[in-house]
Write a protein that binds this ligand. Structure first.
Ligand code: ADP
Length: 267
């Protein structure tokens, strides 16, 4: 089998984008999409920075809801599919926009799924962007990893890996980092999400999983990849994202806000 003819087309399409970052997680439910959304909101706080957010988590697209764009439709023009705008400098593309019923589960077979991802990469007209943030499906199956490799061949710059502190999540992340190393995707760093709990009454953080926490940092050190920082559990993060609002706009200077800003400054 020769090289995929779509790759040069995709590389050309993505050439108007300065930095292309994948967001990976070994397991589902660790907060990957929430992080992706907040990272995009944070980068777009500077009005001069143009940010695109692409949801290729086609089994459970949650970005339309998290960005407050539920029910929006995408439009096609001569130059391709146009993403939907949250603000003038933040645009989103998700399979969620193509579904009639947002509750409809999409269970497609591998080739069909990969076909759709390819089509997204080829046909979305992002225009000039400073950042494209790509939310990928969770998992470490061959099919999932092949998507990562495909994105790499299409010109992705690097990956940020999200994990929770528990060993079951870290285990999958090790596998994912090894795969990235094998296919040459640079790991920009590891983020530990839900590292502790911020009490809404006293605003202090309690480390609930490990008495001394730090599981992800230790793993990152062992695997010789950068550790970008930890984000606590704060119920306002979940509420804001359920409502499609920006946590960072609403709760500046909270512990979680400062954690996000610390992590994002490292990327
Ligand atoms: P994934 O994309 O990894 O499947 P999600 O981003 O959908 O995970 O997050 C799973 C759930 O956890 C969501 O309800 C989300 O609002 C919540 N969540 C994620 N990160 C945090 C956090 N730091 N604090 C509180 N809730 C969080």
């Amino acid at each position: 089998k020769g090289p995929d003819p779509a790759i040069p087309i995709i590389t050309q399409r993505l050439s108007t984008i300065k930095k292309k970052i994948l967001i990976l997680s070994g397991k589902g439910g660790v907060g990957k999409s929430t992080f992706t959304t907040n990272l995009s909101f944070a980068l777009s706080l500077d009005e001069k920075v143009n940010v695109g957010l692409m949801d290729v988590d086609i089994c459970g697209p949650s970005l339309p809801r998290m960005t407050g764009l539920d029910g929006e439709q995408i439009h096609s023009s001569n130059s391709g599919w146009s993403p939907v705008y949250v603000t003038d400098n933040l645009s989103v593309m998700s399979i969620g926009f193509m579904l009639q019923n947002p509750d409809e589960a999409i269970i497609w077979r591998g080739p069909k799924k990969n076909g759709l991802i390819k089509q997204f990469l080829k046909d979305v007209d992002w225009g000039e962007l400073d950042f494209l943030i790509v939310d990928t499906p969770p998992g470490t199956s061959d099919e999932h990893l092949s998507v990562v490799q495909y994105l790499k061949e299409s010109g992705i710059d690097g990956a940020v890996v999200i994990t929770t502190p528990q060993e079951v999540s870290l285990q999958d992340v090790r596998k994912e980092i090894n795969f990235c190393k094998k296919v040459g995707v640079p790991i920009l760093g590891v983020v530990e999400n839900m590292s502790g709990f911020v009490c809404p009454k006293c605003n202090k953080e309690t480390l609930i999983f490990f008495p001394d926490s730090g599981g992800a940092e230790k793993m990152a050190k062992e695997m010789e990849v950068p550790f970008l920082g930890s984000i606590p559990i704060d119920r306002r993060i979940a509420t804001s994202s359920d409502l499609g609002e920006s946590f960072l706009d609403q709760y500046p200077n909270s512990i979680a806000y400062n954690s996000y800003m610390h992590v994002i400054a490292e990327i």
